[in-house]
Design a protein around this ligand. Structure first.
Ligand code: PA5
Length: 425
């Protein structure tokens, strides 16, 4: 199978001037070079850049061994975490739907009492439950309180000693979470110091829950390395990561406020959430940046599709095309008159493709700039490529914008208000 990801675009409205993209890529060559070589100013935040620093073959083998221990015994595995700590593994698990592993549940990503109660109720249905609390510094409220509730749930069900064997925690060495593990015998995994949440897919944070679920993490990391090698080798004008970053910057400059990621496989809904988080939390600073939104089609064509076709022209669109057919359902003949006979014998796969092509054509004819990523398949290797690709492009995109990709000072504002209401000392 051809594993290449390509990026093309159609600009029927002539938003970009001829040669403008290439010229701007040439100008941005130093930005690309700095990112590829490792910019000293971001040394403390780019532990993900080489892939191998925290997701090399030895670490993958170790994580797989730990995951196999869980897989042998667990019926359910709860991933506790929020933001960058849970999004990447959830994206892969929901997209790939591995079949033979434990049920994967998510907690610590909401403070909804209803969701917490439902999770506890659901866990009663499983015989053997394991948990992994992922939190960089273990100061975030959501995973902190979910971990307490679930820890006590396990202790009540299995007793303290047996519960300890079922508890994993992924945090920064030296953090209070690490201390908790040392004090009570929980298995401690590493949230690398030099990797922030939304860049943490290339570490124990993203890879361990994937491995427990049954995702082939060796394939994921092979995909990451393939994309790394490609980005590191391609010249600025042809560089797939830089071209995307520059296109985004150009459209922002030309007055577009939003980028919409459009896809026709609901399996990718959580991947899209990861994409939104990566770009919104990295770029949305200093009163600038594109607002990333999502259209999960064909469902959303019956909702936001109307706005895209005839509303204010404030967005450009980035489509995902999947080349490999991995499912087939043929519409059977029917004697009852339902007036869908023109589709008899057709595969849902091809009907969906017609919807994708038709949407691309309708939107680009309206003058909306339409980008298209053609990806080989929805599989572990391709997801690995996409993770590395979007993280790297996002970093470049932040550099072009002039914002720090690795901090998120804005998220503190609501926390101050909330903590005041909760009487945090
Ligand atoms: O990308 C980020 O840094 C954030 O989204 C964090 O991952 C999120 O806030 C959770 O942080 P922590 O792992 O420290 O609980």
């Amino acid at each position: 199978m051809d594993q290449t990801i390509t990026l093309s675009f159609v600009d029927k409205g002539g938003v970009l001037n001829p040669g403008e993209l290439e010229e701007r890529c040439r100008q941005a060559e130093p930005v690309l070079r700095r990112a590829v070589e490792g910019d000293p100013q971001y040394r403390d935040f780019t532990g993900w850049r080489t892939v191998d620093e925290h997701a090399g073959p030895d670490r993958v083998a170790f994580l797989q061994k730990e995951a196999d221990r869980v897989r042998k015994d667990a019926d359910a595995f709860v991933v506790i975490g929020i933001g960058g700590s849970n999004q990447s593994s959830r994206a892969a698990i929901k997209a790939l739907r591995p079949k033979d592993g434990p049920a994967i549940l998510w907690a610590g990503n909401t403070i909804s009492a209803c969701e917490m109660a439902r999770t506890l109720e659901e866990l009663d249905e499983y015989k053997s439950v394991y948990i992994d609390c992922i939190a960089k510094n273990f100061e975030t409220l959501e995973p902190g309180i979910a971990f307490r509730v679930l820890r006590q749930y396990l202790e009540k069900r299995y007793g303290e000693a047996e519960a300890a064997k079922r508890i994993f925690a992924t945090g920064t060495p030296g953090s209070t979470l690490h201390q908790l593990c040392k004090d009570h015998g929980y298995t401690f995994l590493t949230f690398p110091e030099r990797v922030g949440g939304r860049f943490s897919v290339l570490s124990d944070v993203g890879l361990f829950p994937m491995a427990v679920a049954g995702v082939d993490i060796a394939a994921v990391t092979a995909g990451m390395r393939q994309m790394r090698d490609r980005i590191f080798a391609e010249k600025a004008e042809e560089n797939i990561a830089l071209r995307y970053a520059v296109l985004r910057k150009l459209f922002l400059e030309k007055g577009y406020a939003l980028e919409m990621l459009s896809f026709f496989e609901p399996r990718l809904d959580y991947f899209a959430k990861w994409w939104v988080q990566t770009f919104a939390e990295s770029e949305g600073k200093e009163d600038t940046a594109l607002y990333p939104i999502v259209s999960s089609n064909s469902e959303d064509l019956h909702a936001v599709g109307q706005y895209v076709q005839q509303g204010r022209p404030i967005l450009f669109e980035t489509f995902l095309e999947i080349r490999a057919r991995d499912a087939s359902v043929i519409l059977p003949p029917e004697t009852k008159k339902d007036y869908f006979d023109y589709l008899t014998g057709k595969d849902f796969w091809d009907i969906n493709e017609a919807a994708r092509k038709g949407t691309f054509s309708a939107h680009s004819h309206r003058g909306i700039p339409c980008l298209c990523f053609s990806i080989p398949a929805i599989d572990a290797h391709t997801l690995g490529q996409l993770y590395y690709y979007f993280i790297f492009s996002c970093y470049l995109s932040c550099e072009l914008l002039g914002v720090n990709p690795f901090d998120q000072p804005g998220v503190e504002a609501y926390k101050h208000q909330m903590f005041a209401l909760l009487g945090k000392p």
